[in-house]
Design a protein. Structure first.
Lengths: 331, 258
């Protein structure tokens, strides 16, 4: 036997290791780990990584290609709209995807902008704005609160759920905007009927996911808390409530959009004041530019509403992944 | 023996009723455990191991027989029991430290005191750098260590462990087992009831191994493990005495499984 095979090191015992060229080397078992590390090849130096400057970090976050694409698309939309290309009609395989629009029914962004500058200093416009905002906020508040409480109770108490679920399922199945004319008879043409409609619609948007989320809270967390002698109230506060925040905020964001949708619809049917009422008036009088402006304003209100809830969500759900947390638009 | 830390006397438990069939989960179990003993329970899955822990923790009551701690009937969850589940069951919205604090918070311990205690425990389990991390940011082994810290934070007199390391990979399990056993050996004589389906783990850690039969669960054999403490478990695994003990119990267990 000319040379020994190298052996793996086991439990501090030493083995003779003979390299192929016949030179003998002996692993010293008394050598400390520190001494050994001097002989190991040079390690990768983490400090050698280039540090990201603030400017670089900002550029990475802004993601310029994405922003540029967004701007280009926006410019393109405004261009085909303003030049009225979009109104010339567009068909695919003979189907009129966009029919040709007669000039009376056309409205372009500059006309919309003119309307905004006109009404900006008009007191009555801001009164209308406030009426609609108030209806949406109140409807959202009442609906979200009652939906939360009912969803919570029915989620926690199985028997109560059994009793009430057929009624809730039926009521939810009613096409709720069909209730609007009745609500106007019952609550009058002022804000009451719009608040009522928004409340009903928001209620179901919040109640159903909250109820599902409560029964979906990890039973292990409940067991752990129970085994430590937690009271019902403690379990509610420390296990159930934080456990349903995710679905709750998701529902609230959806509800905020629907609150505005329902009050605008209510105003369409019958109302004295409000942005929806103003919008219907403009469309009926072929004020297309004004209609576009009002719709954009309503969309902005909804976005602000949504962003406010998103802000709260990020505050309360710091523990969740960035990807699942609510952003209206990622910046 | 009324002064046993744990005593189960003729305990049976029937599950179900109403719309499901009755199932006899455990059948006439008698166990006496003196204070400070580390007892492992092994048995085929579904044999009622967890049910025994649930009865001891006061979460469920036996259908027949009595479950006592220090001579007193167990009727509801008690503050001096630490119960650890197979899955770490950490609250995802709480940081590691806040998770460890849960039991103390439930018991009304003040903020600064529970913070101090949690930090001590995290350090003992080599997690001091992760106190403010959320569970989603921790590895599985780390999460399980946080769960150990949470279980021990309330300084329990009786530790109920339900397959606590079952979900860990082999190497991580060895590390966490070693940390766990040294924590227990340093504790002031706490009693441990450790449920596992891993016989090696049971023999490595425990003073005494109970083998259960397939459902309905009965105690099949009661084995004292005569291995010295403190135990260096990563070496003990290759010890002849250990292997002999494991082999002897395996013979008992195998007929229940195969």
């Amino acid at each position: 036997m000319k040379s020994l095979k190298p052996l793996s090191i086991k439990f501090g015992r030493s083995y003779e290791v003979k390299s192929s060229d016949g030179e003998e080397s002996i692993e010293n078992p008394l050598m400390s780990d520190e001494q050994k590390s001097h002989e190991t090849p040079k390690r990768f130096d983490m400090a050698s990584l280039p540090e990201e400057t603030r400017r670089e970090a900002l550029i990475r976050r802004i993601d310029i290609p994405v922003q540029l694409s967004r701007i280009l698309i926006l410019v393109f939309i405004i261009w085909i709209w303003e030049t009225r290309i979009i109104f010339k009609g567009f068909s695919v395989f003979g189907f009129d995807v966009l029919p040709e629009i007669i000039p009376l029914f056309q409205g372009v962004p500059t006309e919309a902008w003119d309307y905004v500058t006109d009404v900006w200093n008009e007191k009555l416009f801001w009164h209308d704005f406030w009426v609609t905002l108030q209806e949406a906020l109140l409807g959202f508040l009442y609906g979200a609160l009652s939906g939360f409480l009912v969803g919570m109770t029915l989620g926690r108490f199985k028997r109560a759920r059994k009793v009430f679920s057929p009624f809730l399922i039926f009521t939810n199945a009613v096409p709720k905007i069909a209730l609007a004319p009745i609500l106007i008879l019952w609550y009058g043409v002022d804000i009451g009927s719009k608040v009522a409609l928004a409340t009903i619609i928001v209620f179901f948007i919040v109640q159903i996911p909250v109820m599902a989320a409560v029964s979906g809270v990890d039973p292990d967390l409940d067991t752990v808390a129970s085994s430590m002698g937690a009271t019902q109230l403690q379990k509610f506060r420390l296990v159930v409530l934080p456990g349903i925040l995710g679905p709750l905020f998701g529902a609230l964001r959806l509800a905020s959009i629907y609150a505005i949708l329902s009050v605008v619809f209510g105003e369409f049917l019958a109302s004295k004041r409000g942005l929806g009422q103003r919008l219907l008036y403009q469309v009926n009088n072929f004020g297309m530019g004004a209609a576009i402006a009002l719709m954009s304003i309503l969309a902005l209100v909804a976005l602000f509403f949504n962003a406010g809830i998103g802000f709260l969500e990020r505050k309360f759900l710091r523990w969740q992944d960035d990807t699942t947390r609510g952003n209206v638009v990622s910046l | 023996m009324t002064n046993s830390a744990v005593s189960l006397d003729g305990v049976s438990l029937v599950f179900g009723g109403k719309d499901t069939e009755h199932v006899l989960a455990v059948d006439s179990i008698n166990i006496e455990i003196p204070q400070g003993q580390f007892v492992a329970i092994v048995g085929p899955s579904g044999c009622g191991k967890t049910t025994i822990l649930n009865m001891l923790s006061g979460l469920i009551r036996p259908t027949a027989g009595s479950v006592k701690r220090h001579g007193k009937e167990v009727t509801e969850p008690s503050r001096d029991i630490g119960y650890m589940l197979a899955r770490s069951a950490l609250s995802p919205w709480r940081t590691a430290r806040k998770n460890v604090e849960l039991g103390l918070q439930l018991h009304g311990v003040g903020k600064t005191e529970r913070r101090k205690r949690a930090e001590e425990l995290l350090e003992l389990l080599h997690l001091e750098g992760f106190a403010n991390a959320f569970p989603s940011q921790l590895s599985q082994g780390m999460r399980q260590r946080v769960a150990i810290a949470r279980t021990l934070a309330i300084d329990p007199d009786l530790w109920l462990m339900d397959e606590p390391f079952g979900a860990l990979d082999a190497q991580t399990r060895l590390v966490v087992q070693a940390e766990f056993i040294s924590l227990w050996e340093k504790s002031k004589g706490s009693t441990v009831l450790f449920v596992t389906h891993d016989l090696e783990e049971a023999v490595l850690l425990a003073d005494r191994v109970l083998v259960m039969t397939a459902r309905p669960g009965r105690i099949k054999s009661d084995n004292l493990i005569d291995l010295p403490r403190p135990r260096i478990i990563d070496e003990l695994r290759f010890d002849e005495k250990f292997k002999a003990a494991e082999h002897k119990i395996w013979e008992e267990l195998r007929s229940e499984i195969i």
